[in-house]
Design a protein around this ligand. Structure first.
Ligand SMILES: Cc1cc2nc3c(=O)[nH]c(=O)nc-3n(C[C@H](O)[C@H](O)[C@H](O)COP(=O)(O)OP(=O)(O)OC[C@H]3O[C@@H](n4cnc5c(N)ncnc54)[C@H](O)[C@@H]3O)c2cc1C
Length: 393
C-alpha cells in the first residue's frame, strides 16, 4: 500500500481518476501506441469528467483542488498510458505562462477554455539549434504599431497541430542575450503560423511532436505575457512548476511497470515454482518498489510545497530533484520489468516494452537529466552549510 498524504475528499477524486484510467484508458493504451494517432477520445473523456479542471482555479472554471492532486492525476493515468498522462501534463505546461504572469484580462480570455478542455495548449521554447541552451533561440518578435510580428521556427513541440493556444518565446532584442527574450500567446488560427511537420518517435507515440513555423505572424500587443525582456525568466518559472508533471508521468510509468511485473511474477513458473519465489526476482521487485516510493516522496513533497505557497529557489531545487529521480526510476523500473517478463517482456503482446520506450523521454524533455543536475548543484552552491567545517583546521 503506497504512502498517501491525501485528505478524504482528495482521495475520492484520486480514486475516480484511477478508476477512469483503468476502465476507459487502459484498454486503449496499446492501440494508441500502435496507431500513432492523437487520442481525441481520451480528450473527450477528460472533458466529460472535468479532468482538465484539476489543473485550474475555481474562478476560471477549474476545480481548485491544488497541485498535489493534479500531479497524482497525471501519475494515475500514466500508470496505464503515458501518452494520455502527457495530455494532462501539457495542459498545465502550456497554460502556466498565463496563470503565472497573465493579466486579469488575459486570464479571463484564455483560462476558462483551457480549464474545460475546449482548447488544448502547448509550450514552444525549443528550436533546432537551441534545446538545453534555450537562450540561443533565433525566433524574433518585432513591435509594429499595436502588433508584434513573429518570424522563425520551433522544434519538438508537444501538442503541435492539436493545440489551439501556444505559449511562444521569441527575441524582441536579439543582442541582449537572456534579457532580450519575451513570451507571447499565439493562437493556432493566426495567419502565417503553421505546423510544418510531425516527428515519428521511439515512444509516447500518440502524442504529437512537431515543428512550428512563424512567417510574419502578426499578434496583438495584448498577447505579450509579462513585460518585454522577461521571457527567459518566465520560461524558467514555468519549467520549475511543470517539470513535476513529467516527473508524475515518469512515476506512473515506473509504478505501472512494477505492478505489471509483480502480477506476472506470481503467475509465471520456472523450476517448479512461481518466479516471484526466486530470490533474484524478489530482489528486483523489492528494489523497484522502493525506488517508486522514494521518487513518490520527492514528487508529492513538491506538490505540497506549491499548495503551501512555497516559491523561489527552494521550489526550483525540489522540482529538479523530483524530475531527476522520477525520470531515472521510470527507466530503471521499466527496464527491470522487461527483464522479469523475459522474452515476453520484449514482445508487443505485453505492455512493458511500451513502458520502457515511453520512459526514455522523461529523461530528456523539459530539461535533460544532465540539466536537472546542473540546476540542483547551482541551488546547492548558493546554500550555506559552513557549520560543518567549524573546527576543521
Ligand atoms: C518528444 C519530445 C517532446 C518535446 N516537447 C517539447 C515541448 O513541448 N516544448 C519545448 O519547448 N521543447 C520540447 N522538447 C524539446 C526538449 O525539451 C529538448 O529536446 C531537450 O531540452 C534537450 O535539448 P536538445 O534536444 O537540443 O539537446 P541538447 O541541448 O543539444 O543536448 C544534447 C546532450 O548534451 C547534454 N548537455 C547539454 N548542455 C549540457 C551542459 N551544459 N552540461 C552537461 N550536459 C549538457 C544534454 O543533457 C544532452 O544529453 C521535446 C522533445 C522531445 C524529444
Amino acid at each position: 500500500m503506497a504512502w498517501d498524504p491525501l485528505s478524504p475528499e482528495q482521495r475520492e477524486l484520486r480514486d475516480s481518476v484511477r478508476e477512469l484510467a483503468r476502465a476507459r484508458i487502459a484498454p486503449r493504451a496499446a492501440e494508441i501506441d500502435e496507431s500513432h494517432e492523437f487520442p481525441w477520445d481520451v480528450v473527450e473523456l477528460y472533458r466529460e469528467n472535468d479532468i482538465f479542471g484539476l489543473f485550474f482555479e475555481e474562478r476560471y472554471g477549474g476545480l481548485g483542488t491544488g497541485t498535489l492532486l493534479a500531479l497524482i492525476a497525471v501519475e494515475e493515468v500514466s500508470k496505464v498510458c503515458a501518452t494520455s498522462g502527457l495530455i494532462l501534463a501539457v495542459q498545465e505546461l502550456g497554460s502556466l505562462g498565463v496563470k503565472l504572469v497573465g493579466t486579469d484580462e488575459q486570464k479571463q480570455r484564455w483560462l476558462p477554455r483551457l480549464a474545460s478542455g475546449e482548447w488544448l495548449c502547448a509550450y514552444a521554447l525549443t528550436e533546432s539549434g537551441s534545446g538545453s541552451d534555450s537562450a540561443a533561440m533565433r525566433t524574433t518578435a518585432r513591435l509594429d504599431g499595436e502588433d508584434y510580428v513573429l518570424n522563425g521556427s520551433k522544434r519538438f513541440i508537444t501538442n503541435a497541430g492539436v493545440a489551439h493556444l501556444y505559449t511562444v518565446f521569441a527575441k524582441t532584442d536579439p543582442d541582449a542575450g537572456h534579457s532580450g527574450i519575451s513570451a507571447f500567446v499565439v493562437e493556432a488560427d493566426t495567419p502565417g503560423f503553421e505546423v510544418a511537420r510531425l516527428e515519428p518517435k521511439m515512444g509516447i507515440s500518440g502524442s504529437t511532436t512537431g515543428e512550428l513555423t512563424f512567417d510574419e505572424v502578426r499578434i496583438p500587443r495584448a498577447n505579450l505575457l509579462g513585460s518585454e525582456g522577461e521571457g527567459f525568466k518566465i520560461a524558467m518559472r514555468i519549467l520549475d512548476r511543470s517539470r513535476p508533471g513529467v516527473a508524475a508521468q515518469a512515476l506512473g510509468i515506473a509504478q505501472g511497470a512494477t505492478d505489471y511485473a509483480l502480477e506476472y511474477a506470481k503467475s509465471r513458473e520456472t523450476m517448479g515454482r512461481p518466479i516471484v519465489e526466486h530470490q533474484l526476482i524478489q530482489a528486483k521487485l523489492a528494489d523497484m518498489e522502493t525506488e517508486c516510493e522514494s521518487a513518490r516522496g520527492l514528487l508529492y513533497r513538491f506538490g505540497e510545497m506549491v499548495d503551501d505557497g512555497v516559491d523561489g529557489p527552494e521550489l526550483t531545487k525540489a522540482s529538479a530533484m523530483a524530475k531527476l529521480k522520477c525520470g531515472d526510476v521510470a527507466m530503471y523500473c521499466s527496464t527491470e520489468a522487461v527483464q522479469i517478463l523475459g522474452g515476453y517482456g520484449y514482445i508487443k503482446e505485453y505492455p512493458v516494452e511500451r513502458f520502457m520506450r515511453d520512459a526514455k523521454i522523461t529523461q530528456i524533455y523539459e530539461g535533460t537529466q544532465e540539466i536537472q543536475r546542473l540546476v540542483i548543484a547551482r541551488e546547492m552552491a548558493k546554500e550555506s552549510r559552513a557549520f560543518l567545517l567549524a573546527g576543521v583546521a
